[in-house]
Design a binder for this molecule. Structure first.
Ligand code: PMP
Length: 448
């Protein structure tokens, strides 16, 4: 691609007139994005980047997929806006499809993941008549007031005390088990302690537990195989709903429609966004069980925004889900995921700084440590370190667009990635890991 004639000015104008998310504004360092195709996108200097984060894990069909673009254009030409209380063709089509792929009942459309979680919590409270929601510490559920409060990780701190009624539990984080156990011999305290929480909070007060199908932005925590069956049984015992936040882990990322489908359980409510349209248009959904849908036949559903069910977003989703099937992208994800798993395990064996690797399909993370034996993280929780800075800086300098946070480095390319592209990105990751190994082996003296 050609360089943009005025790229530096565009960046400056962005900085002068807009605010960037999750950033001290001075520290924001945006790339001027000018286009993309498949697994790559382009910058204002005419540079090409390999997208190893899928634009924060949603760009499943890659940049500028013609089938999704065509559907958006066709919908724009037909009907560009319908208020939320109108019936449209695309609304029916997508609702039917979501029923089919989730095995649940009806869908309520939102503008994204945070709003989907807001509505899921609200609907759970209305349906059960109970107030409290259990969430887990290492979770992220969004940046609106309620979803931010519901999140467990430090991103919730700025809004605290936030919305009342959130109670938190620990996570199935087997590499650093909060109960000091190991996965072979533990008694799944990650589930049983939730029963204690339920007892202490009053089972009659708890509407739902909200979990990420597979935890994404807090280190990709893949639970033991029996975690979800045990959690389902526990929730059934007390009449507590499971809200399965599949915003990040859903829609093919792990090689199935929902991450929880790997574990054979059915949640009561699924929330989704990102992979629903591959990020092409803003859209989320709350998909509820038949029982919950039935409840709202005769009870008021208090919610919905001006743009809910926007036909252009729905058309993008319908086309995007069809691409998944037409191109067998989930089968391909499982296949490429198996190859990626081998590569990640080899990195763990080779590099001193790789403490653990976790993966499911093309949803994967490398957990970095200073010392394999002690498992001391390469950066503190909620912080960074020179080593993590070096790692991220090197990867960026090679034009691989990666997502890293604390001591985690993700590998989440678009699901259409080729083996050659995957190899190219992993080669850059390996260069960076080797640099970190050198730093660990020869720590720089404090006064150097
Ligand atoms: N839930 C999870 C698991 C997420 O990863 C995210 C976004 N990163 C959200 C909810 C919020 O979605 P959105 O940004 O579309 O509001």
């Amino acid at each position: 691609p050609d360089a943009h004639p005025d790229s530096q000015q565009v960046i400056q104008d962005n900085r002068d007139h807009t605010l960037f998310s999750w950033s001290v504004q001075q520290a924001a360092n945006p790339i001027h994005m000018t286009g993309g195709k498949g697994s790559h996108f382009y910058d204002g200097d005419g540079g090409t980047w390999l997208d190893f984060s899928s634009q924060l894990i949603n760009l499943n069909v890659g940049h500028q997929h013609p089938a999704v673009l065509d559907a958006i254009k066709a919908q724009v030409d037909t009907l560009c806006f319908a208020g939320p209380s109108f019936a449209t063709d695309v609304r029916a089509t997508l609702g039917k499809k979501l029923r089919e792929v989730t095995g649940l009942g009806k869908s309520f459309f939102t503008l994204g993941g945070s709003e989907a979680n807001e509505n899921a919590m609200k609907m759970a409270r209305l349906y059960t008549g109970r107030d409290k929601i259990i969430t887990r510490y290492r979770s992220y559920h969004g940046a609106t007031m309620g979803s931010m409060t519901a999140s467990g990780d430090p991103r919730r701190w700025p809004v605290e005390p936030g919305v009342p009624g959130i109670v938190r539990a620990f996570d199935p984080y087997c590499y650093r088990c909060p109960f000091g156990q190991n996965v072979e011999s533990c008694k799944r305290e990650c589930v049983s302690h939730i029963e204690e929480i339920i007892q202490m909070e009053g089972p009659q007060n708890i509407a739902a537990i909200m979990v990420e199908g597979i935890t994404g932005s807090n280190g990709l925590l893949v639970p033991p195989d029996d975690y979800y069956p045990k959690l389902r049984a526990l929730c059934d015992k007390y009449g507590i709903l499971i809200i399965d936040d599949e915003v990040m882990s859903g829609f093919g990322r792990t090689g199935k429609w929902l991450a929880t489908q790997h574990y054979g359980i059915k949640p009561d409510i699924v929330t989704c966004a990102k992979g629903l349209t591959s990020g092409y248009m803003p859209l989320g959904a709350v998909v509820v069980s038949d029982a919950i849908a039935e409840y709202f036949e005769t009870h008021f559903l208090a919610g919905g925004l001006t743009y809910s069910g926007h036909p252009v977003s729905l058309a993008a989703a319908v086309a995007n889900l069809k691409v998944y099937e037409d191109e067998n992208l989930f089968g391909r994800t499982r296949e490429m995921g198996a190859y990626l798993a081998l590569r990640l395990e080899a990195m763990k064996a080779k590099y001193a700084c790789v403490g653990d690797v976790r993966y499911k399909g093309l949803f994967s993370v490398i957990e970095l440590v200073k010392d394999k034996a002690t498992r001391e993280p390469l950066a503190p929780f909620n912080g960074t370190s020179p080593e993590m800075g070096k790692l991220a800086g090197h990867i960026k300098s090679r034009h691989v667009y990666a997502y890293s946070r604390f001591n985690f480095l993700w590998v989440c390319p678009p699901l259409i990635i080729t083996k050659e592209e995957l190899d190219a990105g992993l080669a850059v990751y390996e260069e960076a890991l080797a640099l970190v190994d050198q730093m660990i082996a020869a720590p720089v003296a404090a006064d150097d």
